[in-house]
Write a protein that binds this ligand. Structure first.
Ligand code: PEP
Ligand code: MG
Length: 842
């Protein structure tokens, strides 16, 4: 590098000049971000210290950087920890990419508000591109806006500063920092990157940034949950990737918590003996740590002739489809098979393929184009803030890697695992989970993932205890370390004592024996000791689940979540296909069992790819469920025709979701009657509504004469009663269906229904909680529609109860003050019943 003409930087504000050493924040005083000056402002407009282009301006308006034509980059950061103000108190006057003159106003700020609400108002002006400078003003004196402050000698950058050659790419990672990579973590990352010779890039969707440039990193405007990738080219590329990925996952110097909901912050590894996550699959295991990191893949960016690269991509896609078909056939009838089918569907996605082909047209290699396209799509899905779509993103990343390896000619290798392995990974893919050798693997722990992901579903299907959302420290545990995984409690014990191991082992044995007994008796009816019968049915989303439920003693289907039948589809199923699906399910149940088909509950948390919807500020309170169907009656009519085709094959019930007004029920009934008449049906199937909205529960006596049954959706009823988003990570423990407010609405509904001779079910998750069963029976609920694997244990619980006792406990909990008290009362009741039944059995 050489230097050119010196450049004068003007004071961006009026105020008192302070040396950087006096800034009470080590990230600035240590000059980690860059050298410069600090001003304690007396004015409220931040102006450009030099002419150039706005290279970054944070959405929150607290930081801005200007780059001149020689590459001098100056960052201004107003206040300390002002990122937490989320834009309050700042008004941005310029946009990113805009050319500005020296002295031009960039940001206005409310000094009083910031002084009151942030740690400090001290404002930094830092030369982040690293040029040396001299101070033109007196240290610790007053400066005026626009006064020359620093003289900088610009550097001329060598042409080979840019990344070149083949790059290694890391696996995608999820950014854990609450405020994204703002100045502080970005500085830590850039500093670490500068320690490597390789040129290093940080990628977010289609954007890339030089990882050695603080400004470029900030320019990515990352937020928590973003999917990022690190690439590096050069002699120490692999080491750079490994170090930077570890740093990013650990929060780049900031305290971060796991990405899954309900994860508690943990002490550093050195002192913590228990690491916490979220239970993805219940159970416990004592075994040895086996870290399963996938090696970084070398992905050439530039391709050969376009036709050759296109052919390579097509070959990869074809080979992946064939492999998935084989896996699906092998896993026929299981949860794995469904997932492999969904993966094939993803390979067909037109938007994804179009993106990859666009990149091929610009001369990129097949591997690069495919990788970019899948990552961008996955990141887009993840960024929508929707749990279900975020899970599809994980599936896409999985299938993306499969194709990528096929293009690169990297063989799929099975892991060589020791006995009693507890696998630890950043993230497992559904394919990896599905192919785990359960002879050797006792359980697994991942940093990423969620309790409702496909990986969790598979772990439950395999009976493997699993923890997700664990802190990144787990990745530093040494192979072979003996650990105790207590997934039920969401804990990984790093120094388990013998007593704990034996206790857990004994509990596991007991649980296994209980499960065996319950499954053996699953066919027995759910009748209380004093002869009261409760119908136990299943919540299902596929034919396969219906079959499974019958083998576990399910007495029918209490909730068919019809929107889930087609959740992985890009195109709407044909009317014939829909009718075929409902008829197959009805046939499997037979004419003696109930089949409650819920009409499409799309919207809110459940988008369907082929039912496009406008974005809504408040989707849970917007067009979802029956409201959406009445807005698009053709959708409802088509579905009703398909459902009606199965009439006669089972005891068909049609159920409307999210009903809040009587008029909605009336309109839907009219449509049903018209369609039934058009099909020549002599008798209408039963028609009921879900009670998921407080208005419906409170007006149950008004609805009751117009329906054949109610089914209470406690998941939604809880969120709407307590005004707590059911997916909100911070509210997970408070949005509790055991809250007396929810229970009172259940009581109101049952009373109104029974007064009109109608039956009431509960199909929300509350029905699947053994603890809640006595209370629900006591409240008069006639049917419990539960998650399939829990059917035997819910039936066994009912058989242990007395209706009269249940009525007593139900009356008691209605008068309690909060959910915790209800749980406590039920736990006491449970302990007493278990003792009594033990006495009776013996
Ligand atoms: C409910 O809300 O309780 C329910 C069963 O419906 P879903 O969970 O499908 O919204
Ligand atoms: Mg619901």
């Amino acid at each position: 590098m050489t230097t050119t003409q010196p450049l004068e930087l003007l004071a961006p504000l009026a105020g008192v000049l302070l040396p950087l050493d006096q800034v009470p924040d080590p990230v600035f005083s240590s000059r980690l971000i860059g050298d410069g000056v600090c001003i304690d402002p007396t004015s409220q407009t931040l102006c450009a210290p030099l002419a150039g282009v706005i290279s970054t301006i944070q959405d929150s308006g607290h930081a801005v950087s200007v780059t001149d034509d020689h590459g001098v980059q100056v960052l201004m950061h107003i206040g300390l920890d002002t990122v937490n103000l989320a834009g309050k108190g700042f008004t941005r006057l310029v946009e990113e990419g805009q050319r500005v003159e020296a002295g031009q106003p960039l940001i206005e700020f409310d000094a009083d508000f910031i002084a009151l609400n942030a740690r400090s108002l001290l404002t930094l002006m830092l030369v982040v591109s690293g040029e040396p400078f001299v101070l033109l003003a007196t240290d610790a004196g007053l400066v005026e806006t626009g006064q020359p402050l620093l003289r900088v000698a610009p550097l001329v950058r060598a042409a080979n500063d840019e990344e070149e050659g083949d790059a290694l790419f890391s696996k995608p990672l999820t950014l854990p920092n609450a405020n994204g990579l703002h100045a502080r973590p970005a500085a830590v990352l850039a500093q670490a990157a500068k320690g490597f010779k390789a040129s290093i890039c940080l990628h977010k969707q289609t954007q890339s940034a030089n990882a050695k440039s603080l400004v470029a990193i900030m320019g990515l405007q990352t937020v928590r949950g973003d999917t990022l990738q690190v690439s590096a080219a050069g002699p120490d590329a692999a080491a750079a990737i490994q170090a930077l990925v570890a740093l990013l996952v650990a929060g780049c110097g900031e305290t971060v918590v796991g990405m899954a909901e309900g994860v508690a912050a943990v002490a550093p590894l050195s002192s913590a003996t228990v690491l916490r996550g979220v239970c993805a699959s219940p159970g416990s295991a004592f075994g040895q740590v086996v870290q399963v990191a996938e090696p970084a893949l070398a992905i050439p960016e530039t391709g050969g002739a376009e036709a050759l690269e296109r052919a390579a991509l097509d070959r990869g896609l074809l080979a992946a489809t064939q492999a998935l078909q084989t896996l699906q056939a092998k896993a026929q009838g299981s949860a794995q098979a469904e997932i492999f089918r969904a993966h094939q569907e993803l390979l067909d996605d037109p938007t994804l393929l179009e993106h990859a082909h666009d990149l091929l047209a610009t001369g990129k290699s097949a591997a690069f184009a495919w990788n970019r396209a899948t990552l961008a799509t996955a990141a887009m899905l993840q960024g929508l803030g929707n749990a279900l779509l975020a899970e599809r993103a994980a599936d896409l990343a999985d299938v993306g890697q499969r194709v990528l390896k096929l293009i690169l000619g990297i063989p799929e290798h099975a892991w060589d695992l020791p006995e009693r392995a507890i696998l630890i990974a950043e993230q497992l893919t559904p394919s990896q989970t599905a192919s785990l050798d359960t002879q050797k693997v006792l359980g697994f722990v991942t940093v990423g993932g969620g309790a409702t992901s496909h990986v969790a579903i598979l772990a439950r299907a395999l009976g493997l205890p699993a923890l997700c959302g664990a802190p990144a420290q787990v990745l530093a545990l040494v192979n072979g370390k003996q650990v105790l995984l207590d997934a039920d409690k969401g804990e990984l014990h790093l120094a388990p004592n013998l007593a704990a191991i034996e206790q857990l082992e004994a509990a596991r044995q007991q649980q296994m024996l209980r499960r065996q007994r319950e499954v053996a008796q699953a066919a027995l009816p759910a009748v209380t000791r004093d002869g009261h019968h409760v119908e136990v049915t299943a919540n299902v989303a596929s034919l396969q689940e219906v079959e499974q439920s019958l083998s576990l003693g399910g007495e029918g289907v209490g909730l068919l979540r019809s929107e889930f039948l087609y959740l992985d589809r890009n195109r709407a199923p044909s009317p014939e296909e829909q009718a075929g699906t409902y008829s197959a399910i009805a046939r499997a149940l037979g004419p003696e069992r109930n089949l409650v088909v819920r009409t499409l509950d799309v919207g809110g948390d459940k988008p369907l790819a082929y039912v496009p919807m406008a974005a809504e500020t408040n989707p849970f309170l917007g067009l979802r469920g029956i409201r959406l169907c009445l807005e698009r009656p053709e959708l409802l009519r088509e579905q009703l025709r398909a459902i009606l085709a199965s009439a006669g094959l089972a005891r068909l019930h049609i159920m409307l979701p999210m009903v809040s007004l009587l008029s909605e029920l009336r309109q839907a009934r009219q449509i049903l009657e018209e369609e039934a008449t058009a099909l020549g049906l002599a008798r209408l199937p039963k028609l009921g509504i879900m009670i998921e909205v407080p208005s419906a529960a409170l007006m149950a006596d008004v609805f009751a004469p117009h329906v054949d049954f109610f089914s209470i959706g406690t998941n939604d009823l809880t969120q709407y009663t307590l005004a707590m988003d059911r997916d909100h990570p911070r509210l997970a423990s408070q949005a509790d269906s055991f809250h007396p407010a929810v229970l009172r609405l259940i009581a109101t509904t049952v009373k109104a229904a029974h007064a009109h001779g109608k039956w009431v079910g509960v199909c929300g998750a509350l029905a699947s909680e053994t603890l809640a069963v006595p209370m629900l029976i006591g409240l008069g609920v006639d049917e419990l529609s539960v998650s399939v694997p829990l059917i035997p244990s819910i039936k066994a619980t009912v058989r242990d109860l007395n209706l009269a006792d249940c009525q007593l406990i139900a009356r008691q909990v209605l008068n309690l003050e909060e959910a915790a008290q209800v749980r406590e009362a039920l736990n006491q009741y449970h302990a007493a019943t278990v003792e009594t039944s033990w006495v009776v059995e013996n």
